[in-house]
Design a protein around this ligand. Sequence first.
Ligand code: ADP
Ligand code: MG
Length: 395
Amino acid sequence: MPIAPGSTLGILGGGQLGRMTALAARTLGYKVHALDPDPDCPARSVLDRCLVASFDDVAQAAELASQCDVVTLEIEKISTEALAAAARLAPVRPSADVLAMVQDRGVQKSWLSSNGFPVGPFREVATSAQLLEATRAMGGACFVKSCVGGYDGKGQLRLSGGASPGEGDAGSEAAALFGSLGGQRCVVEQALDLEAELSVLVARSPSGKLAVYPPALNHHRDQILDWSLLPGPLSASVTGQAVQIALDLAVGLRVEGLLVVELFLLRDGRLLINELAPRPHNSYHASEVACATSQFEQAVRAVCDLPLGSTEVVRPAAIVNLLGDVWMDGASPAFEAALEIPGVRLHLYGKRIARPGRKMGHLSATGRTPEEALVAAKLAMARLSSHAGLPLPGR
Ligand code: ADP
Ligand code: MG
């Protein structure tokens, strides 16, 4: 049954993804409530009601659901108890089952491999001794990622293999490493030889309708998304395989809402799944300017069981992330200089405090090709710092 415009949407999480989802929901005529531990969360100013509570607050999750016609989420770290409490009072999309599988890297990787989906070599470890053994077994560079709680490269470390520490030191180094990741379960993954990173967004409505977007091509720096192109300039074969994997996952998991699949294209041509996210995703921010339907509107349509929107790319686009580092030299970024470039738009998330590596916003640009859009977005990015404090050209 569709949840018609005019109804109330609840969002667990009020970060930038919640904010942009709320804005899209408002455009469609919904009222929006959200729950977030931060009273100054990015979504706050665009909500009808903001509940300030932690993501494991069962009573407040129930309070949110009691006032909403449907509840969705924008972050994985919602406790399953809170989700279950909400689900007793309103439909929760995606479901607690999907979230439970996705929110733990170890569970997710095991689920993917045991269901026949392609993933790289990995091992789950629960002690520093197992960590040491696993890194040795990988036999080269590897990534160690905590099973719960990591994001934007946090909660993970890249180990460069090669230089083998002295036998006596290896155990204590492993213990220190394990401790630095919180002393909790981790996955150890072989560092893969990447040709490219891509992602695919698929929407699935409760009635089973599907809509898939063309893959985005993503570039990371220091394990954080730096820029992204839509559509990703990829071969027809890679595009076809990636889209099929995403559709198979959405159907197999019976996802209600969005599912984003992050993929690695290896230099040997293989396509492997990196990780899943059952929510809007940074790598599809370009859909707001590139596509007939943005990922945020699509999320609302999917969780409200409305007809899914067209995923057609109307005009290729690129985004470049604005991290807190851009604010770090004390000067305010020269947004005017960036906005002079034709086709460039500024998207700020309303975060008051800039920290290195913190996602504060992004710049988007359109172009005749995705590459042309990226040139414009990067030029805009370069102008932010190089023009700070300088008069604008022609003034
Ligand atoms: P996050 O949850 O922070 O996005 P990811 O597991 O996606 O964590 O890792 C972030 C980035 O680190 C990836 O997009 C990729 O650039 C790099 N990375 C992670 N795991 C591997 C790997 N096994 N091999 C090569 N690069 C990796
Ligand atoms: Mg990732």
